[in-house]
Design a protein around this ligand. Structure first.
Ligand code: IPM
Ligand code: MG
Length: 369
């Protein structure tokens, strides 16, 4: 193994996952052949594909591989084929279990507006021009995992569904640390979003972040916002934000909203990071924030750029190759500047290209850079 050699797990999953992952793998192979990377890829099933292969959405072999590799590339999971499996065995449960088992508590979701795509946004160009927001979403706590949870039948025959929103000091502090560290490399502003006005967990969230800020991060500007106001402000004046730190559920919602400011869910990558190990590495998973899009799966028209952007984030945050990440991110901006569009980002009635042709365009651009 050479110094730069890395081993990654490829979890393509379901729906458009395999189509966009194929393009990501072609890009990585191109880098292995033409740049000084040596990234070894091992595919393994997850989600619906895991159910089909091994009866569960996160097969043991997949989890074992993910624990051993330097990074995980994840496509998307879910689809109508698995609508009738048991609730705790649904494809999405595989992703949630993977996040939890690897303790991937910090989810980075950047929302960046490319100049070339400014007209794809449903917002006015002067509102979104140059927009560059990073949402840091807590990913392994809150109502997604809180106990007790369930559906029970009451004595009067009604049913009652319940989940628990819960956060501890440690869970809040570690994700806030990531947000402050990220802000330090950006515009040095963090906005924390919760519902401290109605939820104790939100009140604690605000208190703990305020305390941590006072102790260690006074060089960063910290503001607080109720999550509903944050949703509104994202549409009213998104440029006011630099880093937004928020819990698992609010982060799920606010990140979809922020993504749409950029014009398409099909453009946005994400990174999910665990705690730093002694050797400075950390468990890490990279996935586009869009889902499996069963409605367009198999048609070869999905946008592979969020997946390829996730490859860039992998080079930056897991493989310590910021230079390769820059190269890929520049190539993504360049293919857009050249006018290449998949269906999701094409203007109405305009010509668009296939998933594979977008991959080809990106590789051709890499050759020129
Ligand atoms: C996301 C997705 C997931 C979530 C689903 C697929 C479980 O919406 O990554 O945002 O809710 O976290
Ligand atoms: Mg979501």
């Amino acid at each position: 193994m050479t110094k730069n050699s890395h081993h990654i797990a490829i979890l393509a999953g379901d729906g458009i996952g395999p189509e966009i992952m194929a393009e990501a793998q072609r890009v990585i192979t191109w880098l292995n052949d033409n740049a000084d990377t040596a990234v070894d890829m091992t595919p393994t099933p997850v989600g619906g594909a895991g159910i089909d292969a091994a009866g569960v959405p996160l097969p043991d072999d997949t989890l074992d591989l993910c624990k051993k590799t330097d990074a995980i590339l994840f496509g998307s999971v879910g689809g109508p084929k698995w609508d009738n499996v048991a609730y705790d065995l649904r494809p999405e449960a595989g992703l949630l279990e993977l996040r939890k088992k690897l303790d991937l508590f910090a989810n980075l979701r950047p929302a960046k507006v490319y100049d070339a795509l400014i007209d794809a946004s449903t917002l006015k160009p002067d509102i979104v021009k140059g927009l560059d927001i990073l949402i840091v979403r807590e990913l392994t706590g809150g109502v997604y995992f809180g106990q007790p949870r369930g559906i029970e039948t009451l004595p009067d025959g009604q049913r009652r569904g319940f989940n628990t929103q819960v956060y501890t000091t440690h869970e809040i502090e570690r994700v806030a640390e990531v947000a402050f560290d990220m802000a330090r490399k950006r515009a040095k502003r963090v906005c924390s979003a919760e519902k401290a006005n109605v939820m104790e967990s939100g009140k604690l969230w605000r208190e703990e972040i305020t305390a941590l800020h006072g102790e260690k991060h006074t060089d960063i500007e910290l503001t607080h916002m109720y999550a509903d106001n944050c949703a509104m402000q994202l549409l009213r004046n998104p440029a006011q934000f630099d880093v937004i730190v928020t819990d698992n559920l609010f982060g799920d919602i606010l990140s979809d909203e922020a993504a749409m400011l950029t014009g398409s869910l099909g453009m946005l990558p994400s990174a999910s990071l665990g705690a730093e190990r002694k050797d400075g590495t950390r468990p890490a998973l990279f996935e586009p924030i869009h889902g499996s899009a069963p409605d367009i799966a198999g048609k070869g028209i999905a946008n592979p750029l969020a997946m390829i952007g996730s490859v860039a984030m992998m080079f930056r945050y897991a493989l310590n190759r910021g230079d390769i990440a820059d190269k890929l991110e520049n190539a993504i901006a360049a293919v857009l500047d050249k006018g290449y569009r998949t269906a999701d980002i094409a203007e109405q009635g305009a010509k668009y290209i296939s998933t594979t042709d977008m991959g080809n365009a990106l590789i051709a651009t890499l050759e020129d850079i």
